[in-house]
Design a protein around this ligand. Structure first.
Ligand code: ZN
Ligand code: ZN
Ligand code: ZN
Ligand code: ZN
Ligand code: ZN
Ligand code: ZN
Ligand code: ZN
Length: 1723
């Protein structure tokens, strides 16, 4: 490691030079020389290699110390001409701060854009400017920066309104645009100029330098050593894993080092991976190249001489230095701009700025970042140069005129897509990743083009017109190559062998969609441009299809007395393409001619005579026929690529410039043709002409009975054809086609979406096309058609259609899919029925066509259409034999309806213009012509009205007939009377009609009332269920047969006072104890008996830190940890939960074995994870699929009796201590005997046991073998999970963990009840009730399956904590014990000792004495730790509890006599008593729960409600005096020594004096951290968060722990660490310390909550942030402002407090299998 030595030597070697060096002298010398650049270069050539790159690590600290002194300082001296600190301060005084904010965004920083005022969506504000701007009141959009952009505040061109925030508002007094250089002396300017040009040139030279072993002229080092770097560069091709693997091989480094190298390469763009002589580096290079060349392309590696690298390092520093210097003065900034933009010797594009930009893509990322930063702080901060720079960087219209940029971009674009087929169409290779890579370049060109087009000109100059049209021509060339690309041919016989490539073409189309729309918008803003563009487009199209009739046979079609010439062409047999951008562009321009009225004002300028309507419609028609044939199933053999193309053709992303325009083109063409001709051509292309042209077409069922499939196919085609006619006549919401504004179009889209169902804001946005600014225009119209309904705790806010808007509903809306259509139809009919209206859905009244398209209405009344309609109606006379379909008939009726509505509209407007040659009623009243004497359409309808097989269409037929009648009367009326009253027709009912109407009305009213009542009732029911969801859930659980019949809940009537503990406690009668349950697996009933078959509850045991008061405590060492005493910080606990489902133990075992076997088979086949880990004992409850990992056995209540005479506390304590002594000596004897086999009695006193205490007695285990087995199973599981160890049923800690889990679970439920403000008893769901009672009873039985001596020993140690015993070691002081855990452990371990006693003592007595002792100890603990420092509360007057206050005061003073100055003086008894009462309450509540479940005593009614009286009721129930201090004073002689013992434990004084705060009581419930109301505050916080491991780098996925508030660098190699031998991400690692394996995080960039459990489980959860539309924005895609929803956050908090996170993950993973495959541990 020679390199290391050099590294160490370097500073000392330089030391002497450093001492001799004077920056001032050097600068003075420079002032004298004639060739300054040469002199400075010499200086750099000498010093740079001596300072930089002397060792394997680039940029060690000494470089950063030496460079300013030796390199920067002389430059500053020279520049200032004096001491730099003085000179720079002077400059700063004259500095004029820029009006531009120019704040450079960090990665992930929030940026804001105003949807109303931003010139384009790239204009953004930083958070500070935004908050001080007018836009925060506007509709804004929030995004996170990808890093590198800058704030546009102060740029008047970026904002239509409010360009300045408060901070950057220009000061009017000095707004005179002064030249910043005016304040500087000429010499100063000259010197600055010199320094800046030399240094900038140096930096640019070095950063763009490509030689590896040479330096630019003048920089050659005086001495060259053989020192090289092997430099690895970033590329976009290789993955992280490949790089890491290769490096390990090539440079012999560890995996960790390789990860670190790869991380740096990824971040900075390059990293030296080896330092040494040339050969050494070359060798590494060749290994790397060899190892990666097998993949696509070798990694880029260079062996570079250290001096080259050194100069590059300094070049970066120099740029940073320039950026810092210009911050002192706007004058210096101006000079730097001049230097940078000055044209170099090579002429155009040779300034230093140009050079950098041209080399941008060749530079490594680190270099690029530094120079971008400099640009942003110089060029973009200077108002004058910002504009100049903008030209360089590409912006705005002038680019089109001055630089002809549009044409250039399009040409470049064309060059990139070089592959063409024979016809000159684009041809794409298979759309692979490689292709996508290439496309990225093309994409950025499209981006440039968008940029150029984004702001439409308000004024056109001749030059702009010329250049724009030139660009337009180039664009037409591009579209020509796309017109007809990727043609398809129908596959017959067999399926296509390989799906043809289609994605590339569609990607291109999608990318160009906005460009095409923008081009049209430009055209529409200038009449001359529009006319010229139209001509160009038409000629391009004509050129494309010049040979349109070539090779295709001309034919003549005739029908209904009309005939037309066309060609023979079958879509089903020849080539057809979906890509027709030229036709579609022309369609768009054609509509614009109409919209701008250019068509009427300058008809002479337009080539209208050249238009050939049949040519215009031909290709769009073929495309639509293709879609129809695909629907009809004719193209099934062409595979999915075609299906996908058809899908995208109609999709919201493409349809604006595809489907919609084809429809427009048909409308344009048809409007210029005879409608009969148009329809015949259409029939011919649909390949339906033969059906309708024959004379007896009305007898289709006779003629055509060949192939059922063909008939079916033709039926669909007829339906599609009719639909197309409906659309051609009925789609008038395109401005220019119909007389509408663009808002009308959006409004109609929204109405039709909401006709399907109420929708959320985001759903609507998705259904509407976005413009290039990602705006749909929805906001301006939504409120006029819809009402907003806010969301509840779940779900989203919804928009509901206003009832009056429903009249716009058109069943054949062109953007409906068939599924949408049927959903909308159903929904609309239902609403109409609910409103008591006729459910018929007639066609809506439509806006009028623009004059250019006006003739389209004639399609409705032309002979060919009437012929078609008549034929279908005739077919429908027969019950369907497959020759007509319901949809076909429905469409025909709709078309007839359209004709009638049209006629009505014409009649209404005929008052103004008397042009009513539209007489549809007349036409349908005439008998058919083709076969003479066929009935008229009207006659057919009248017949059909009564056809029984047409029940569903009856309402429509009736509507038609009624409307016909109305029209006839109107016509008669207008014919006879002058057209005076237009509303007259409504009063035209005859007397007969009136009668009928009246009867109908009454019937209708009755029906309406009935329906209303029904609706109300069902609404009420629904409402009730919603309101009482929880209740319902609960009652369902209660009905569940598996849950136990809990008889012991009913308080027995004979007892007035209820005690849950002690000799006088409530006892269950014999019959009360009987408990019968049903197994969910075999459905058999089973009584729970000591000696019966074991019944078990599915349970989930998990480690928990939910109640932890000390998250800093490191996890225990599982092998050594002694869990006997729980610390009061509750830092780690074991929680047990259950879904409450009961099984036979043998049924469960069989089930679990089956699950195991299945899992093994599955894993052998494919390595998949499941939501549960079988190897860890996990399974899903067979009934409710709740995650479980063990089972709890159910046990009956133990029979107890109690003799009347029981010892008091002191007697009992005496007896007990004698028992302990005897037991202890017996244990020691046994141990000693075990140790050396010799009966060595020294030191062990032989204590005789008291009467009736049999040391050698081994009690008989009362349980059946299956119960014993289950006791062991659950105990071992608790031990295994709780300590994270391997199962070992012999371990002495097994029973301790069981008691601990019992205590911890009760405590956590007690907290939950407080937090939820529920009463202590009666509010728990059954499953928790069952879980707690079985857990407690299990606790009291688990000693039977452990070593008795072990449990006895535990008991001795536990008791010693209360009754100090010098023979017991390592007893903690009472400050370090959680008293509830102590109580539970004492009570549950006592049976092991008690079983030896036959003296007639009662276990109940012992329990009561334990409770008393622990309670006193807890009071002491509270007084020692929790008396507040300062008394904030005012003492309440009155003092109702005077006695308690006096006693507690005395007691406190007794404590002070023991502890002296360790305890503060407090003389307010009231405060002390308050403190004790508040502190001890959680303990008392938990104790009440514990004894309730242990002894089965029902709780008094006061504890079933919230409110006053809780204290008394609790004390009563627990058999405690309500003045708890009596426990002390009633047994003073006994208690005094105990008190003394506790206080004299050395730990007490230590604890009181320690700087670490003691745990205070009551322990407050833990909350999830507070979150800010505004989401952007979080984004901002996260953006300043840097990765803790990679030196100040921005983290890519900053993730917030919601439990402790830690911010983590997630999902990144840099912060991976090793956990139990596996590499895990920062989140997983954090969960193990913070949440014992369970974690709740907020992924800030994604706005997503993340739940993690263990290393393999996780799921995403909806974040608690909503936008104004009541929706979350996972992934922050929409950018609407987000605000915290407290209810949703509380819901997450509740999940956490209930220990339900793991369960939630399980359910999410079961519901969504893709979640299972995610590598959660890497997050
Ligand atoms: Zn700003
Ligand atoms: Zn600002
Ligand atoms: Zn605004
Ligand atoms: Zn069973
Ligand atoms: Zn269950
Ligand atoms: Zn945390
Ligand atoms: Zn990191």
């Amino acid at each position: 490691m020679a390199a290391v030595e050099t590294d160490r030597d370097a500073p000392s070697a330089l030391c002497s030079e450093f001492l001799n060096f004077s920056a001032k002298d050097t600068a003075a010398k420079w002032l004298q020389v004639s060739n300054l650049p040469k002199e400075v270069y010499q200086h750099l050539a000498c010093y740079v290699p001596k300072i930089y790159c002397l060792g394997p690590n680039l940029n060690p600290q000494n470089e950063d110390l030496l460079a300013p002194l030796l390199l920067q300082s002389p430059l500053e001296w020279y520049l200032c001409g004096e001491e730099p600190s003085v000179g720079l301060a002077k400059l700063e005084q004259n500095n004029q701060p820029s009006q531009l904010c120019g704040h450079v965004f960090k990665v992930g920083e929030p940026t804001y854009s105003c949807r109303e005022c931003a010139a384009d969506p790239t204009c953004v504000l930083c958070m500070q400017c935004f908050l001080g701007s007018v836009h925060k009141e506007h509709r804004y959009r929030m995004t996170t920066s990808g890093g590198g952009g800058f704030c546009d505040c102060g740029d008047t061109e970026a904002w239509k309104k409010g360009p300045y925030c408060q901070k950057h508002e220009p000061n009017i007094s000095d707004s005179s645009q002064k030249d910043p250089l005016a304040n500087l002396s000429d010499e100063m300017i000259a010197r600055t100029y010199n320094v800046f040009s030399i240094i900038l040139k140096y930096a640019v030279d070095m950063l763009t330098w490509e030689k590896e072993d040479e330096l630019p002229e003048g920089l050659e080092p005086p001495a060259r050593g053989d020192t090289y770097y092997c430099m690895l560069f970033n590329d976009e091709v290789h993955t992280y894993e490949q790089v890491i693997y290769t490096l390990q091989k090539a440079v012999n480094c560890t995996q960790k080092e390789a990860v670190s190298f790869a991380t740096t390469v990824d971040r900075d763009g390059r990293k030296s991976v080896r330092f040494g002589d040339f050969q050494f580096c070359e060798q590494a290079k060749s290994v790397i190249v060899r190892n990666t060349s097998r993949q696509t392309k070798p990694l880029r590696v260079q062996v570079m001489h250290s001096s080259v690298v050194a100069h590059q390092c300094f070049a970066l520093k120099a740029l940073t230095w320039l950026g810092q210097i210009i911050r002192y003065s706007d004058a210096l900034r101006r000079i730097l701009c001049q230097v940078g933009l000055q044209r170099g010797p090579e002429g155009e594009n040779s300034s230093l700025v140009d050079t950098l930009m041209l080399c941008d893509s060749k530079m490594w990322k680190g270099a690029r970042n530094v120079y971008h930063q400099l640009f942003m702080s110089s060029l973009l901060m200077d108002t004058k140069y910002k504009k100049l720079f903008a030209i360089q960087f590409a912006k705005a219209r002038m680019l089109i005129t001055e630089e002809n940029l549009m044409t250039t971009i399009i040409r470049t674009f064309m060059d990139h897509l070089r592959h063409r087929d024979l016809h000159g169409h684009f041809q794409f290779e298979r759309y692979t990743a490689q292709q996508a890579f290439k496309f990225r370049r093309v994409q950025s060109l499209i981006g440039d083009l968008k940029y150029v087009l984004i702001s439409r000109p308000t004024e056109w100059t001749d030059q702009l017109r010329e250049k724009y049209l030139e660009g337009f021509s180039a664009f037409l060339e591009l579209l020509k190559c796309m017109q007809g690309m990727d043609p398809v041919v129908r596959q017959v016989g067999q399926h296509i062998e390989m799906e043809p490539e289609w994605e590339a073409a569609f990607t291109l189309q999608m990318k160009l969609t906005h460009i095409i729309s923008m081009m049209q918008e430009w055209c529409s803003s200038d009449e001359r441009v529009l006319i010229e563009a139209y001509k160009k487009c038409l000629s391009a199209l004509t050129h494309c299809h010049s040979g349109f009739t070539d090779g295709e046979q001309p034919i003549t079609l005739s029908m209904c007395g009309h005939s037309v010439d066309t060609i023979r062409y079958c879509v089903s047999q020849e080539k057809v393409s979906i890509h027709l951008p030229l036709s579609r562009l022309l369609a768009g321009l054609h509509a614009l001619l109409s919209k701008t009225e250019v068509a009427y004002r300058f008809p002479e300028l337009l080539p209208l005579s050249e238009l050939s309507p049949p040519m215009l419609i031909e290709h769009p028609l073929r495309c639509l026929v293709l879609c129809a044939q695909v629907h009809a199933g004719m193209w099934r053999r062409n595979g999915f690529s075609l299906v996908n193309q058809i899908y995208y053709y109609h999709n919201v992303k493409c349809r604006v410039e595809m489907f919609d325009k084809d429809l427009s083109m048909l409308q344009a063409g048809a409007s210029m043709m005879d409608p009969n001709h148009f329809l015949m051509i259409m029939l011919s292309r649909f390949e339906l002409y033969h059906i309708f042209s024959s004379a007896d077409c009305r007898k289709r069922y006779n003629r055509e009975n060949a192939n059922k499939d063909v008939v079916q196919q033709n039926n669909t085609l007829i339906e599609e054809m009719l639909h197309l006619v409906i659309m051609i006549v009925g789609e008038r919401y395109t401005a220019g086609v119909g007389q509408v504004e663009c808002f009308d179009e959006i409004r109609r889209e929204i109405v039709h979406q909401l006709c399907i169902r109420p929708m959320a804001h985001s759903e609507l946005v998705k259904a509407l096309p976005e413009n290039e600014n990602k705006e749909t225009g929805m906001e301006r119209v939504i409120d006029s058609v819809a009402l907003f309904k806010k969301p509840g705790v779940t779900g989203k806010g919804l928009y509901k259609l206003r009832p009056e808007s429903a009249k716009m509903f058109n069943l054949y809306f062109h953007h409906y899919s068939r599924a949408d259509q049927s959903k909308a139809e159903e929904a609309q009919r239902k609403i109409k029925r609910q409103n008591g209206e006729d459910s018929v859905l007639p066609p809506p009244v439509l806006p009028r066509f623009c004059p250019l398209f006006a003739s389209l209405v004639n399609i409705l009344q032309c002979d060919v259409l009437l012929g078609i309609l008549g034929a279908v109606l005739q077919w429908a006379m027969e019950p369907s034999g497959g020759h007509w379909s319901e949809s076909m008939l429905q469409r025909v009726l709709h078309l007839i309806g359209m004709g009638l509505v049209e006629e009505q509209q014409h009649l209404l407007s005929s008052a103004e213009d008397n042009d009513t040659n539209f007489n549809f009623t007349l036409k349908i009243s005439r008998p058919g012509e083709a076969p003479a004497n066929t009935p008229s359409i009207l006659a057919l309808l009248e017949t059909l009205q009564n056809a029984p097989h047409l029940e569903v269409h009856k309402d429509m037929i009736r509507w038609i007939l009624k409307t016909v009648a109305n029209i006839k009367t109107t016509r008669e009326c207008t014919a006879s009377a002058p057209p005076s009253d237009s509303s007259g027709h409504s009063q035209e009912e005859t007397v007969r009609d009136k009668d009928k109407a009246e009867r109908k009305r009454k019937a209708e009213m009755a029906r309406l009332r009935r329906e209303k009542i029904m609706a109300q009732m069902s609404e009420m029911q629904r409402h009730f269920i919603n309101e009482n969801k929880e209740l319902f859930q609960q009652s369902l659980e209660e009905l569940d047969p598996s849950t136990s019949s809990t008889l012991e809940h009913s308080p027995s009537s004979c007892d007035s006072t209820l005690f849950c503990v002690g000799p006088r406690r409530w006892r269950a009668g014999g019959s009360d104890r009987r408990q019968v349950v049903t197994c969910i697996l075999c459905q058999e009933e089973q009584e729970i008996r000591i000696d019966g078959k074991a019944m078990v509850l599915a349970a989930f045991v998990q480690r928990s830190t939910v109640m932890s008061k000390n998250r800093k405590r490191p996890p225990h060492n599982p092998d050594k940890y002694d869990p006997l005493f729980m610390h009061p910080d509750l830092s780690f606990g074991t929680h047990t939960g259950s879904c409450g489902h009961i099984m036979h133990s043998h049924c469960w075992q069989r089930y679990f074995e089956a699950v195991q076997a299945k899992e093994q088979r599955r894993q052998q086949r494919l390595r998949v994870h499941t939501s549960y880990d079988v190897e860890n004992g996990e399974f899903l409850c067979p009934l409710c699929e709740c995650l479980s990992n063990t089972v709890i056995p159910l046990l009956p209540l133990t029979k107890t009796s109690c003799s009347s005479e029981q010892p008091d506390l002191s007697q009992w304590l005496n007896i007990t201590s004698l028992q302990m002594k005897a037991l202890l000596s017996a244990h020691r004897k046994a141990k000693a005997a075990d140790a050396d086999g010799v009966d060595d009695m020294d030191g062990v006193n032989d204590c005789p046991p008291p009467d009736g205490f049999k040391l050698d007695y081994t009690p008989k285990n009362p349980y059946s073998s299956t119960i014993k087995e289950m006791l062991t199973t659950f105990g071992t599981a608790t031990y295994k999970v709780g300590l994270k160890v391997h199962p070992n049923e012999q371990d002495p800690r097994v029973p301790i963990m069981c008691w601990g889990s019992c205590a911890y679970t009760i405590q956590s439920i007690e907290r939950l009840l407080v937090d939820e403000e529920k009463p202590l008893f009666g509010s728990l769901p059954c499953r928790q009730d069952d879980c707690l009672s079985s857990l407690t009873r299990f606790g009291s039985a688990c000693w039977t399956v452990s070593s008795h001596a072990t449990v006895q020993n535990h008991f001795i140690r536990l008791l010693a904590a209360l009754v100090p015993d010098p023979r017991v070691e390592n007893t903690p002081c009472i400050l370090d014990i959680d008293m509830f855990h102590l109580l539970v452990s004492l009570v549950l371990s006592h049976p092991a000792v008690f079983s030896l006693d036959s003296s007639g003592l009662s276990a109940d007595t012992a329990q009561l004495h334990f409770l008393h002792l622990v309670t006193v100890a807890h009071i002491v603990q509270i007084l020692l730790s929790s008396v507040p420092e300062e008394v904030q509360m005012e003492q309440e007057s009155g003092g109702a509890e005077r006695e308690e206050e006096e006693k507690v005061c005395m007691f406190y003073n007794t404590l002070r006599t023991h502890l002296g100055s360790g305890l503060r003086e407090v003389d307010s008894g009231w405060h002390l008593w308050c403190c004790v009462k508040a502190g001890i309450l959680p303990y008392l509540r938990a104790a009440a729960l514990f004894f309730h479940y242990l002894n089965g005593a029902p709780a008094p009614p006061e504890l079933h409600t919230l409110g006053v009286g809780e204290w008394e009721a609790l004390c009563g129930y627990l058999c405690l005096p309500s003045n708890l201090l009596q426990l002390f004073y009633n047994n003073r002689e006994l208690m005094e020594p105990l008190l003394h013992g506790w206080c004299s434990h050395p730990g007490v004084l230590q604890g009181l004096q320690s700087s670490v705060a003691l745990i205070r009581f009551p322990r407050e419930s833990n909350h999830l951290i507070e979150l800010p109301g505004d989401y952007s505050a979080l984004i901002n916080q996260a953006s300043s968060f840097t990765c803790p491991k990679s030196g100040g780098d921005k983290s890519r996925a900053p993730t917030l722990c919601l439990v402790c508030g830690a911010m983590l660098c997630s999902q990144s190699y840099c912060c991976q660490s090793e956990l139990e031998g596996v590499d895990v991400g920062a989140c997983t690692a954090h969960t193990f310390a913070c949440g014992a394996g369970v974690g709740i995080f907020l992924r800030v960039r994604e706005s997503q909550v993340l739940f993690l459990a263990g290393k393999t489980k996780g799921c995403f959860y909806a974040p608690p942030y909503l936008d104004d539309y009541g929706e979350t924005d996972q992934g922050l895609r929409r950018g609407n402002p987000l605000h915290l929803c407290q209810e949703r956050y509380r819901k997450i908090q509740k999940l956490w407090r209930q220990h339900s996170i793991t369960e939630e993950i399980g359910h999410a993973q079961e519901a969504n299998q893709t979640l299972v495959g995610i590598d959660w541990q890497h997050l």
